[in-house]
Design a binder for this molecule. Sequence first.
Ligand code: ATP
Ligand code: MG
Length: 437
Amino acid sequence: MSSPASSGGPRRIIPVSSGKGGVGKTTFAVNYALSLSRHGRTVLVDLDTGTSSVRNCIDAPVGRDLYHFFRKGLPLAECVTTLPPRLDPDGRHADFGFVAAPKHLIEDITNFDLGHREKLIDAINALDARFVVLDLKAGLDANVIDFLPYSNSGILLFTPHLPAATLAAADVVKAVLFRKLRSVFAEGSPVYEKAGGLKADFVLGLLDQVEDVYEEDLPNLDAFVADLRHALGDEHELVVLVRRTIESFVVHYVLNMFDGVASSFDSAVKPFMESLAEGVSSQLTVLNQGWIVAHPDVNRASVERVPVVLREGMEAPAATAAQATGVAERELQALAERYLGRAARKPAAHPPRPRTERERTPESRAALTDPTRYLAGQLESMLRMLEDQGGRSYHENFRYIVARSLETVTARPIGDFGDARLYKRDEIRQRLLQRGR
Ligand SMILES: Nc1ncnc2c1ncn2[C@@H]1O[C@H](COP(=O)(O)OP(=O)(O)OP(=O)(O)O)[C@@H](O)[C@H]1O
Ligand SMILES: [Mg+2]
């Protein structure tokens, strides 16, 4: 690793998560981190301890790993493995490194407790890197939730091939957002000082009801906000704070094993949006960051332990019929006719212009409450992406996603995409309260 992390732009910690396993999280995280490292020092941390998956994807000798960090007390920076010259002959990825999970299953490192997590959070925050990418476990235990930014989802990965993982991805969003709300409205929170006698028990009880999928009275957070507004009035400080907490939440997703727009839209994007709108809130901002095509090379690379982006220039991957731009555009327009009753319009530029929560207009929020309109937003963004990258090769796909990430990091407020640091549980509420004002 050569250049100082401070060069070249803002720092971001970007977790990669998925609702269920097997969607290609590790494959994506490895290639994404490698691609990001061309733009600044990047460290990939394998937090899927127990499967030691990152070290299995990269054929590099690992001298030190998380075992040395936890058991031997070594600084995390000394547990970083870089690529051997064989994998990186031109030194194009000299700014990439990874922290491997332990080789074998070691109980207290595999399922670390709060103390272990907080120690690791401090160490990740102290890493000298512009980008830190986290490969998380699938699912939703504390080892996942505590490493997700409280204000967004990092990058959520799902695939048209595993519909159950798509619905589980919506559950990840729900869990992060509820953690955020519970932190704001915890017992003893200063929000109750001006709450006109409103008690934490009451608000937390309502949140419990919303989170419980079997409670039909409060199906999602929009119903919760409606109840609060009814009880307290539109302008009440609590109502404003809840609305802001929800409306400032941004979800970024990537589709892996993309096999054409129609299949991806119908079996992944549409159910994801519907699940969020119905079970969480229609007030979220949901941004597609791109897709990675399904290709045998990607799978072969995992087996051979040489990530595909390191093979750039060695092999030219062929496009499949499903990825041809003309076909895909016709398919998207057919979907637009079916779901919107009109042609899809290509947006002028990608990503959307920077917005802070205060800048958001009432119209842009209203756009998400109507399924026709939030589906239109997703369809039209896919149309734009087709033009930008053609959908063809996985090399192009990774370049495109990285370009979007870099734009997003500079164009959108801190915390809209990953975060500059991870927060420990106690810090979250303080931080939220500062921001809410
Ligand atoms: N775009 C792709 N095209 C083809 N195969 C892929 C693609 N992405 C991932 N794969 C393959 O899918 C399998 C699962 O990928 P991976 O191990 O990265 O998933 P994961 O989500 O990290 O799984 P786990 O939950 O077990 O950690 C691997 O065999 C990998 O090679
Ligand atoms: Mg994995």
